[in-house]
Write a protein of this length. Structure first.
Length: 143
């Protein structure tokens, strides 16, 4: 049995990074909170929660992936930016009602549904950070 967390994080970053844009600018995707100065809009794969779904024939997990979407704004607060970016994330990870497959050499990852969505804005003086947190549930099977 392998630990799937890092594999899942890398699969999500690979699927999303470079494929999401807002106002003509690429929205970078990070596997953890970056230590460098971030652009105005960015995404962080913030947490991965696994629970076992093993059988006598295979190793599997139910996995919740939490995605934080950030948009730094000066003297305004507009959730439509993070909503638009969230739409792009969901259209890549769950484009159809049929379950798609992302994977690597060790795991198959099947994003099933968005299980939650919430806003968590931050304020620092005249700067606002619109923040949307979405959670996607996945079925993960070890190959």
């Amino acid at each position: 049995m392998f630990d799937s967390s890092n594999h899942i994080r890398n699969i999500y970053v690979s699927a999303l990074n470079g494929n999401i844009s807002y106002n003509g600018k690429i929205v970078p995707v990070y596997g953890q909170q970056p230590f460098t100065t971030t652009p105005q809009n960015y995404i962080v794969i913030s947490s991965i929660t696994e629970s076992a779904r093993n059988t006598n024939n295979s190793f599997g997990n139910d996995v919740e992936v939490t995605i934080d979407i950030f948009s730094e704004q000066y003297r305004t607060y507009d959730n439509s930016v993070v909503d638009d970016i969230s739409n792009s994330v969901l259209n890549i990870m769950i484009p159809y009602t049929q379950v798609g497959n992302f994977g690597d050499l060790d795991f198959d990852v099947f994003p099933m549904q968005r299980t939650s969505s919430s806003y968590l804005p931050l304020r620092d003086g005249e700067n606002f950070i619109a923040r949307k947190i979405i959670t996607i549930s996945n079925l993960v099977n070890q190959k």
